[in-house]
Design a binder for this molecule. Structure first.
Ligand SMILES: Cc1ncc(COP(=O)(O)O)c(C=O)c1O
Length: 392
């Protein structure tokens, strides 16, 4: 029974039934799917315990209204408190998960055969959402510049002529970019010129380093709000992805009405009370936990940057500005196969395969470093040993 404490030991982690620790055997250290190896915040645990102890398994009400209203109200409080962004809770709708929001918005705001701009490398479900709905990806490959990945705006302007939507991910998975106001304004200018809808996935917005800030795309201006659907949740920032609860916010009532024409009110399903209560507890009371978590993650990030520079010159670690994910270029190692397979087989470390984010990137891996400093050292040691034996 986990009582508290932030870091979880290896035996507890290997006993878990969630994807990160259950997919591979006990000889492998997992650093792939976006889950963190930390105990959740106490307010979330307390909310879960209350539901179980009181056996509150009926149709849920909170504060005299349907429980979903407590979720959208908490979303509005959170956006105001964290980002100074004032949102109308009536324009926010509960979802079970963000990927559902990606599929639904593509369905509602584009037509089969349309092109949709996606910055690559990109989280694999974005690719799926565009392809499985019969649209096609307009691949905007970001370019490395001064240690980070940047959007190719010339390419994007050309693509916008054949596009109806932009799928934006900010902070970006897997590069960890936190787009600046100037970059977001440049995206907006393209969207306005070509009348594009922007779906802004901001699921990683809580996890940002140094003095950088997250700017909700819809908060840029009224013009931005009028074309933006924001999808977000507490699931990454508070490590509760299995509870399936998210929010989709429309910048205006007109945009929401356009969506509703394709998706009548109950077509999306709704989150369960466990996810709702956990999310409300996280957003309203979880900030001290999250501040401490971001401190640990930031220290891990700095440790990897130092370690790679000193020990692993054949690998380029693009230090993320946000998220606990990082995009690692292993092409300097001259590996025979993919980076993922090499590290899985030779280091017994499971990264996410680069080619899942961009088919051009089999020599890249996505490294999830949301673990304890002790486990991180083991991962780094295994990676370094495998690289040394490959070079020997
Ligand atoms: C950018 C991004 N969007 C969405 C998700 C998944 O969200 P959900 O589990 O709510 O579908 C993730 C998970 O890692 C993600 O990184």
């Amino acid at each position: 029974m986990i009582q508290g404490g932030h870091e979880l030991p290896l035996d507890v982690l290997y006993a878990r039934r969630n994807a990160k620790w259950a997919k591979y055997g006990k000889d492998v250290l997992p650093a792939w799917v976006a889950e963190m190896d930390f105990a959740v915040a106490y307010p979330i645990r307390r909310a879960m315990q209350r539901i179980a102890e009181e056996q509150e398994y009926g149709y849920a009400m909170r504060n005299g209204a349907q429980a979903e209203k407590s979720l959208t109200a908490a979303f509005a409080r959170r956006m105001q408190a964290r980002y100074g962004w004032t949102v109308d809770p009536a324009l926010a709708e509960p979802l079970t998960d963000l990927v559902q929001g990606q599929f639904a918005t593509i369905w509602a705001f584009s037509q089969p055969g349309d092109g949709i701009i996606l910055h690559l490398p990109a989280y694999p479900p974005f690719h799926m959402a565009i392809k499985e709905t019969g649209r096609h990806i307009l691949a905007n490959r970001m370019v490395p510049a001064a240690g980070r990945f940047e959007i190719d705006f010339d390419d994007m302007k050309a693509q916008a002529r054949q596009s109806s939507m932009i799928m934006l991910c900010n902070p970006q998975n897997p590069t960890g970019r936190v787009f600046t106001r100037a970059e977001l304004e440049a995206i907006l200018a393209i969207a306005v010129e070509h009348n594009l809808v922007v779906v802004s996935d901001e699921i990683h917005s809580d996890l940002i380093y140094d003095d950088l800030v997250h700017i909700p795309f819809a908060s840029l201006s009224d013009e931005a709000a009028a074309r933006t659907v924001t999808i977000t949740s507490a699931t990454k920032g508070f490590n509760i992805p299995g509870l399936r609860c998210a929010v989709m916010h429309f910048g205006t009532a007109e945009l929401q009405a356009r969506f509703r024409k394709s998706f009548p009110s109950h077509m999306l399903g709704s989150p369960g009370i466990v996810g709702i209560d956990a999310t409300v507890a996280a957003w309203d009371e979880g900030q001290p936990w999250q501040d401490e978590t971001v401190r640990v993650l930031g220290a891990n990030r700095n440790r990897i940057a130092e370690y790679f520079a000193a020990e692993l010159p054949g690998m380029t670690f693009y230090k993320p500005e946000g998220t606990y994910l990082s995009w690692v270029d292993c092409s300097g190692l001259n590996l025979p196969g993919t980076a993922h397979d090499f590290f899985h087989e030779r280091a017994k470390v499971a990264f996410s395969p680069g080619e899942a984010f961009d088919t051009n990137c089999p020599k890249f891996a996505r490294f999830n470093f949301a673990t304890s400093p002790a486990i991180l050292e083991q991962i780094l040691g295994r990676v370094s040993k495998a690289v040394r034996s490959h070079n020997a």
